[in-house]
Design a protein around this ligand. Structure first.
Ligand code: SF4
Length: 908
């Protein structure tokens, strides 16, 4: 239905606005500013403060513009003496109970109440202060947490914080309790905040218009006006939240806010985005190149370290050939760094042995979605969720791994009431909100998905027209699916038959269903099979190529998508142009002025074995920590120990750096410019929020200097020159130019400098495969490589937790995060812990066939019986001592999600 346009007058001028517009919004569109206090666009709309009142012709009293909706012919006046006096009086009523300690208040200069008082010339309220109205009650629900401070005397009960918690974080950890003069912002039963479901994302703090809520970490760090503000992208996960970072005069980042007005996070952050920047200021930053001599590091000049490294790599190349050298890019580094590092491997060294840590998280996605659709990337956009009527989440604890995505999902669901199906062996927090929760056994995803698809067919819910017009090989998969009846699937997965049936009904009947998955799907020896099965499910129902549908593969690190797009992979150049395609090879040879190798190189998960066999002799690693993050890390250590030469560039001396012969000090994300690509293929420009420490260089600069010292000249004036070189060589990035990125982000494919970018892939059933069709793959269930037995009776599964990140190099140097979760723990189910006689917080030894670690037990209702979970962020209890290094035969991703283990109580 066409939108109705209404004719109105504001201050005697004619305007046209869409039906449903509020007066406040209409005035904004007309360029007229109405003061507000409790209103916060898209977050809080509860009329309370009455600062925004206006006159409406015919109305008996002044009208609150934030809630009053425009009607045809409405005549509005925004600026009369009566309006001014009413606004002023309402403001004075609020100020009657507000301390006037602006001189010492943390938020002075950043306080909307202070700003309004200044604009209305209010020095003190003419109304009497009601003693103790807002004085702090005896409870201390806000005091003990390390993240957020509440000063009740400054709270004006505007409800912006509670609305932000309800509508942005979608947690409802805080609410207004009490009535009348006893009303206050509080937690359920006044419990300490850390005992509620609060995740300390601090959207409440950001929404607070006064000094009532502040981040404890910013206290006494300075006034807002003292800080430099930089808009950039979060350094952590693949959601790619847009942040405002605040840097003080000492070059320290002291505060972060989520940026409003973008399609990614709309003002939200998670606890890491908000508080996880302190590591950049750490005294432990590397600031000088290090060369190891007689087993010990000594400081070296840049010139010496560059020359030494170039000489050593050349020596290895001359003696053993270019393919005896491996190079690692990094999903933590921008596109430009990764582009340069793969060019270094291919053009300066002459090998395709280049890879990055995307191998460990989403290599199965790149392969699997590529096989099915012809493009190994998320098909839709984050914002698209608004059009989904079913959200199918499998193998993703996104509330902890991609928290802002989970917030977004929950917020959209609140609006469109989409049904939620969650499949996960652990009852993760999203599972508690699901319409259907499917607790399948770890490693049984193919059986589960085949079972659901079989049910879709049995219930007649497959999209016959879409299958006929836009897919190939349906008959083959149909035959395979017949073997996955409810009985069989229930036996393999441990899931109630009715749940499988119901999930098929929900997904099959949806108009637009979106699938979300993370490493729960990808990190298996059947990782590619799992991803392809997910793709089969989208194809069978035609849930692809349209709004609200498709597959959202949630990328782990900030630039997993980009590091793969840049060809920091052993088989492709930028934009997935194959190294063994003669046309692509010729193009890159011409551009780089050198003969290039056409043999597909080694994956990082093959490096250790090849080193042990003596076939790999040197490794150069940019910003990676494989000796902490790879599966079966003892084996990896043994392999790297055999290398003739090993060099790294990083920001702290990591577990990997300690093993190196040379370490170069690099700049951190918040000191860089360049591009990150988020989980929805969105290329976003980073801006440096602080100067890099003296003695460090940017990653691409270090690599270029080594290449040049080796005799292959790589010189760039700036990062933006690299950005534009990437565009010139990469069809899907052809329109992604530096000058455009300064204006706005762009989603690839973006085919020329006028192209707007692509929100949804494979529209109208046009897939990127050569035949233009989506391809079904008949996949049979294969069990994980190591299953429980009498000696190792439990399944160990690993993953990320909310407060830490990957090898912990950054978050463990953020005091507030590390104090909050200082050590690793293993989650054991209530039943299993009772059987083992283990109590909460007791020390246990967890062992697999590869090793043992000791850590605290956490008795939890989350894991299934027989399954235990631990994170991999803690070097002193590194889960990867235990994980199984066996990998998927195609994507070469290790099986982090299933290993057989045993658990013993550590005797005191
Ligand atoms: Fe950063 Fe991811 Fe958190 Fe967003 S959700 S603030 S990108 S860690």
């Amino acid at each position: 239905m066409a939108e109705r346009i209404l004719n109105i007058k504001i201050n005697d001028k004619n305007y046209k606005v869409k039906e449903g517009t509020t007066i406040l919004s209409a005035c904004k569109q007309a360029g007229i500013t109405i003061p507000t206090l409790c209103y916060l666009e898209d977050v809080a709309k509860d009329a309370y403060c009455s600062i925004c009142v206006v006159e409406v012709k015919g109305a008996k009293s002044l009208v609150r513009s934030c809630i009053a909706v425009i009607t045809e012919g409405m005549e509005i006046t925004t600026d009369t003496d009566a309006i001014y006096e009413t606004r002023k009086m309402n403001l004075e009523l609020i100020l009657a109970n507000h301390p006037l300690d602006c001189m010492t208040c943390e938020k002075a200069g950043d306080c909307e109440l202070q700003d309004l008082a200044y604009r209305f010339g209010i020095k003190r309220s003419r109304f009497l202060k009601e003693e103790d109205v807002f004085s702090p009650p005896s409870e201390t629900s806000w005091d003990s947490n390390p993240f957020i401070r509440m000063e009740r005397s400054k709270c004006i009960l505007c409800k912006r914080c509670t609305e932000a918690c309800a509508n942005q974080a979608v947690l409802e950890a805080i609410a207004i309790s009490g009535r009348g003069i006893k009303a206050q912002v509080s937690t359920p039963f006044n419990r300490p905040l850390e005992e509620t479901n609060c995740q300390f994302c601090a959207v409440c703090v950001q929404a607070c218009p006064t000094g009532a809520l502040v981040e404890k970490t910013r206290i006494a760090k300075g006034r807002i006006t003292d800080f430099k503000v930089t808009n950039t992208i979060c350094a952590y996960c693949g959601v790619g939240c847009n942040l405002e970072l605040y840097t003080d005069k000492n070059n320290d980042i002291v505060m972060a806010k989520g940026l409003y007005g973008n399609d990614v996070n709309k003002g939200r952050t998670c606890v890491k985005g908000r508080f996880g920047h302190e590591y950049t200021n750490s005294k432990e930053r590397l600031t000088s190149p290090l060369i190891k001599e007689n087993g010990k590091f000594r400081k070296a000049s840049w010139e010496e370290a560059i020359k030494y490294t170039a000489k050593k790599i050349k020596e290895v190349k001359d003696k053993y050939g270019a393919d005896s050298i491996g190079v690692l890019g990094s999903s933590r580094c921008p596109n430009e760094d990764n582009y340069v590092v793969q060019k270094f491997a291919r053009a300066a060294i002459g090998t395709n042995n280049v890879d990055n840590c995307a191998r460990l998280c989403h290599s199965s996605t790149v392969v699997g979605l590529g096989m099915a659709f012809g493009a190994g990337a998320a098909t839709n956009s984050i914002d698209d969720m608004k059009d989904s009527d079913v959200m199918f989440v499998i193998g993703s604890n996104m509330s902890e791994t991609h928290p802002v995505m989970a917030q977004n999902l929950k917020a959209q669901r609140k609006k469109n009431r989409a049904k939620l199906i969650v499949c996960d062996p652990r009852c993760v927090s999203l599972a508690k909100e699901a319409d259907i929760y499917i607790p399948h056994n770890p490693g049984t995803d193919v059986a589960l998905l085949n079972g659901i698809m079989n049910q879709i067919i049995e219930q007649g819910l497959e999209n016959k027209e879409f299958i006929k017009d836009h897919t190939v090989d349906y008959e083959e998969i149909k035959k395979t699916l017949k073997g996955y009846d409810l009985e069989t699937v229930s036996k393999i997965t441990g899931v109630d038959k009715n749940l499988i049936k119901k999930a098929a009904e929900f997904y099959g009947k949806a108009k637009s269903a979106m699938i979300f998955y993370t490493m729960g799907i990808t990190q298996h020896t059947t990782g590619v099979d799992n991803v392809v099965s997910v793709a089969n499910m989208a194809l069978i129902t035609g849930n692809i190529g349209k709004p609200g549908a498709g597959i959202m593969a949630l990328r782990g690190q900030a630039n997993v998508q980009g590091s793969c797009d840049m060809g920091a992979l052993p088989n492709v150049y930028t934009g997935y142009q194959k190294v063994d395609d003669p046309i692509a090879q010729e193009k890159f040879e011409k551009a780089w002025g050198v003969k290039l190798p056409n043999k597909v190189g080694l994956a990082v998960t093959e490096f250790a074995d090849k080193a042990i066999k003596g076939e790999l002799k040197a490794v150069y690693a940019m910003g990676e920590n494989p000796l902490m993050t790879e599966a079966d890390v003892k084996h990896v250590r043994a392999g790297f120990g055999k290398l003739d030469f090993f060099a790294t560039q990083e920001i702290f001396l990591s577990e990997t750096g300690e093993m190196a012969d040379v370490v170069f000090p690099a700049s951190s994300t918040y000191e860089k410019d360049g591009t990150f690509v988020n989980t929805e293929r969105r290329v976003q420009w980073l801006r440096p929020a602080r100067n890099k420490p003296d003695g460090t260089k940017h990653d691409w600069q270090i690599v270029c200097e080594i290449a040049t010292a080796m005799g292959y000249k790589m010189e760039y004036e700036s990062t933006s020159v690299i950005t534009d070189e990437i565009a010139s060589l990469t069809p899907s990035y052809a329109g992604i130019l530096h000058r455009r990125l300064l204006q706005s982000s762009l989603q690839w494919p973006c085919l020329d400098d006028k192209h707007p970018g692509t929100k949804i892939l494979h529209t109208n059933g046009n897939f990127k495969r050569p035949d233009g069709k989506g391809k079904f793959h008949a996949i049979s269930y294969k069990p994980a490589k190591e299953l429980p037995d009498k000696n190792y009776p439990f399944i160990l599964t690993t993953g990320r937790i909310l407060y830490h990140y990957h090898s912990g190099n950054e978050t463990r140097r953020v005091k507030v995060l590390n104090d909050f979760v200082p050590r690793n723990y293993v989650e054991i189910s209530v039943d299993d812990s009772a059987k083992l006689g283990i109590k909460d917080k007791e020390m246990v030894k967890v062992s697999t066939r590869r090793g043992s670690i000791e850590l605290e037990a956490k008795i939890s209702e989350r894991p299934k019986n027989g399954v235990v979970f631990m994170s991999f962020h803690f070097s002193e209890a590194n889960a990867n001592v235990l994980t199984n290094g066996v990998f998927d035969p195609i994507s070469k991703i290790p099986e982090y999600k299933v290993a057989a283990c045993k658990i013993e109580l550590v005797k005191k």
